[in-house]
Each structure stands twice: as C-alpha cells, then as structure tokens.
Design a protein around this ligand. Structure first.
Ligand code: NOJ
Length: 507
C-alpha cells in the first residue's frame, strides 16, 4: 500500500532507443500525517507551587540536593509555560503543527498523589489549555506520566512499590474523566527504560534509588503493570470516548561494530534487552527469551536466582495486547560489540553487565552537543522496519526526535535542520516500505530543563531566554524550516530562511 503520494516529476521515455531521464520522485507526506512537537510538564511549566499543586519528586529532590543536577538548577520557573500557555499556543498555531504532545502534572490535579483531594484549579487549567488547543485546530497528545511522581510515593518505594501501580490507575481514571471528552491520544508512560535506569539502577535521578541489576527490572515490571492498568481502565470504562492509548519507549538503533558472529548477537541482545523488555510483553505476551536467558545466566554466575522476576500467567494476560499505538522516542544509532574487552567492563550485578555488550557512537556521524547522540538517519529507517517486521506492523507515532545543540549555535541551528530533514526523509522511505508510522513530533517545541543536565542543551525549535523575566521565545532556523515542511508536506533542501530577520518577534 502506498502511504505517501508519489508524484513523478519526469516520466521515463526512450529517445532514440536510450532512456535519458532518471526518474525523480517527489516524496510527500499525506495531509493527515500528524506533525507535532513535544514537551513535558516539569521541563517547561514552572509554577511548581501555585494553584494548589502538590510536590513531585522533581520538586523535592533538586531543592534538597541541588548537586544532582549538573548545573545545580531546577525547574521551579523554567520556561514559565504554565503562566505563558496562551502565548505558547499562538506559537504552535503559527508553526502549523497538527498536534501538541505535552504531559499532565499528576500533582497539579491530585496534590498528594491520591484521589483524597482532586484539585479543581489543576483540572481547570488543563481544560482551558486543551480547549484553546482545539479552538486552534491542534490535537492534544497527552502523556499521563512523564517522570514527575508525587513525593508521597517517591518516599515510599516509588515505582518499586506495587502500590504505585494502583495509585497510577486512580490518577489516570481522573484524567480520562476530566479530559477524555476532548483528548483522543493518550500516552500512559514515557520511556520506562531511561527512567528505570537512571532512577532505580544508577540512582542518579529522583528518587535516587541505587539498586543495580534489580531495581531496574522491578521498576520496568511495575511500569508495564501500570501501563496495562491504565490501558485497561480506558478500554473498560472510557472506550466510548473514542480515543487511542499507547506506551512511549525510547528506542535507539544498534549496528554491529564488525562482521563477527558475536557482534551480530550483540545487536539482537541489544534489541531484546532495551526494547523487547517492554514491547514483547505488550505485543507478544511475555519477556523475550533472550532477556530472561541472559539475566538468569548472569544471576546464576552470581549465585542468585534470576534478578528478573518472571511475569505470572495472570500478569502476562493483563499486559498482553494493551496498545492502540506504540510511541517511539528515537534520537541516535549506536555501534555495539561483544568481545573479551567487555568482560569486567561493568559493575556486577548490573543491567549493563547482564546485556554484556560494548556501546559507542560512530565518530564519523554528525555530532550534537551530547556525546552519545549523533545523526545517522539510516538507523531510524532500520528501526521503523524492524518494528514493522518484529511486532506485526503496529501503528507507530514518533513521539520524540530531536538534536541538542549548545547555546553557542544561537538561532542559526542548521545542524538541527539537517538532522530533522534527514530523519523525516528516512521516515518517508520507511512508510513507503510499509511502516505504519502516522505521526512525528520534534523534541522539543522550546528549550527546557533537561533533567540531570539542567539547561545546558538546547533541543528547542524556539530559543528561550531563561534570563529574561518574560522568558522570551524566538524562532530558530529549525522552527522556520519545520513550519515549511508541515505546510507543504515535502522537504525542500533549498529553503534556507534567515532566523535573524525574525529576531524580536515570537515567530
Ligand atoms: C527523553 C525524554 O522523554 C525527554 O524528557 C528528554 O528531555 C528528551 N528525551 C531529550 O533527552
């Protein structure tokens, strides 16, 4: 099936028996392709303690231990989007996106995390926000959990405690009730892998629980159960609202560093342990065999039973099939290898040791300002086709894709422009080859608080002046180019707008 329209510029025709014209095809996204931009509540909203909002772990820990964020900052104010939301919707409108992905802050609507008290001001804010988006023809694409867990659970085992799964269920029910008449796209949980790794394996992010090789798997398990609970609540109680519910995973593409058998195995293990850990139970009904085998083997070597608790039959059934779509956050490809040098490279026990592979990014790929993120669009194409072939061609939305730069790049962020163009081109190729990817969201609408990295990296299509009391937003070149891609549905590499001509205006 052709998912995008192919318009021949030239037709092939023989002249004097020789074919003289190379066919050039214009690739075009269909009108209903969901172009959008992404953000999350804690990263851009600010107003951390207004209108009855309760504290999340992200309000609490950076106040208590500022050093957990590299530049000792926090997001008390950040881009001030809670206050400036009307202006932000004007920007979205001008950008021409069809959808805006944002997250709801759990503690704005349930200040202590539970349904003991539902905060009417929190509900009113998001309703106003959603209404205004819809008035401007922008579909809300809502993440229910983007890491800002209520502090009450943060001090009580967080996602290591199964009680959190039930409380998450209570919270999403309130959200479906309050907003489901207007919101038709719901993401339950954002990036279980990254969250579980940094918060429950390495202990670097709130709630700072260091439990290598154990907490990581328990967190992932509870997140799968939490996701499934949210999906089932929607399915059983709110399906009449006519929306879609999915899970967002981060998925980077692994490439074998050599032609060796071991490196080919490393690729398969990477995909099973990083992606399959979450996707297999949801789509196929259980953890991938490669994952259970590797963790069991490493645990046995360490004299313990498997640190990955198997899912019970009941849990498998509960999780299996809980998706209407899969959200994918994709940023980079990685080179992977397995040889002698990997032995002893990682702490034991740990997730990295369980996977047992070495990872690096290829120096020849164009660099962002983060060492581990580089541009390699063919990897994105391969990932989309892998999802299609391995998981029965699910409906996919790319819920994040982006390229961080430093503030030195200013408004002329041409590296980000190249990145977005090349990734969108790869996406079109993947669609032409059968991928059921129906939407793409740039991370991010504007510069924001980048978790442990604070404000160092600039992902925004819009620059934010964090020193300005009004947090002035200014369009970068990437915003102007993305706007044109959305407007035309095509990628015109000769379009080269000058962002400095726009300086002084929001757009
Ligand atoms: C992953 C997360 O969902 C988002 O919060 C983060 O800012 C971006 N990717 C960039 O690292």
């Amino acid at each position: 099936m052709w998912l995008w329209t192919v318009l021949p510029f030239f037709t092939l025709f023989p002249v004097d028996g020789v074919v003289v014209v190379t066919p050039e095809l214009e690739k075009r996204f269909p009108d209903n392709f969901l172009f959008g931009v992404s953000s999350s509540a804690y990263q851009i909203e600010g107003s951390w303690n207004v209108d009855g909002k309760g504290q999340s772990i992200w309000d609490y820990y950076p106040h208590k231990q500022p050093e957990i964020v590299q530049d000792c900052t926090n997001a008390d104010v950040t881009a001030d989007s809670y206050r400036l939301f009307k202006q932000d919707i004007q920007i979205l409108k001008h950008l021409g996106v069809k959808s805006y992905r944002f997250s709801i802050s759990w503690t704005r609507i349930l200040p202590d995390g539970t349904t003991n008290y539902i905060n009417p001001r929190g509900i009113a804010h998001y309703r106003k926000f959603i209404d205004l988006l819809l008035e401007n023809d922008i579909l809300p694409f809502v993440t229910l959990f983007h890491w800002d867990l209520p502090i009450a659970f943060g001090k009580n085992g967080s996602w290591l405690n199964e009680n959190t799964v039930d409380r998450f269920g209570d919270y999403v029910r309130v959200a479906f009730l309050a907003f489901g008449d207007k919101v038709k796209h719901w993401i339950t949980i954002n990036e279980p892998y990254i969250l579980c790794l940094y918060s429950y394996e390495l202990g670097m992010l709130p709630p700072l629980i260091k439990s290598p090789g154990k907490g990581f798997y328990e967190c992932g398990r509870n997140m799968l159960l939490g996701h499934a609970k949210a999906y089932r609540i929607y399915d059983e109680e709110f399906r009449f609202q006519g929306g879609e519910v999915g899970l967002t995973l981060d998925a980077q593409w692994p490439i074998a560093a050599s032609g060796s058998e071991e490196d080919a195995e490393a690729v398969k293990d990477y995909l099973a342990l990083y992606v399959g850990q979450y996707l297999d139970p949801v789509i196929k009904g259980d953890y991938p065999q490669r994952l259970t085998a590797r963790v069991a083997a490493a645990s046995a070597r360490q004299g313990t039973e498997s640190r990955l608790r198997p899912l019970t039959e009941e849990e498998k059934k509960f999780i299996h099939g809980t998706y209407d779509f899969i959200g994918i956050n994709h940023y980079t490809s990685v080179m992977v290898y397995r040889n002698e040098s990997v032995n002893g490279m990682y702490e034991k026990p740990s997730f990295y040791d369980d996977v047992g592979i070495g990872i690096y990014v290829n120096d020849s790929w164009p660099a962002s300002s983060l060492d581990f993120m580089k541009e390699y669009a063919p990897g994105f194409y391969s990932l989309l086709l892998y999802l299609k072939d391995t998981y029965n061609n699910p409906l996919v939305y790319i819920t994040e894709n982006g390229f961080p730069l430093s503030s030195a790049e200013g408004l002329d962020d041409r590296k980000k422009v190249n990145y977005i163009r090349n990734y969108l081109d790869a996406l079109m190729d993947a669609r032409a080859d059968g991928s059921n990817c129906q939407g793409y969201f740039v991370w991010s609408l504007m510069d924001s608080f980048e978790w442990a990295a604070g404000y160092q990296y600039k992902f925004g299509l819009y620059q934010v002046d964090f020193d300005d009391p009004d947090k002035k937003r200014t369009a970068r070149k990437s915003a102007l180019v993305y706007k044109e891609i959305i407007r035309t549905g095509t990628i015109d590499v000769s379009y080269d707008p000058d962002p400095y001509q726009h300086n002084g205006s929001l757009y």
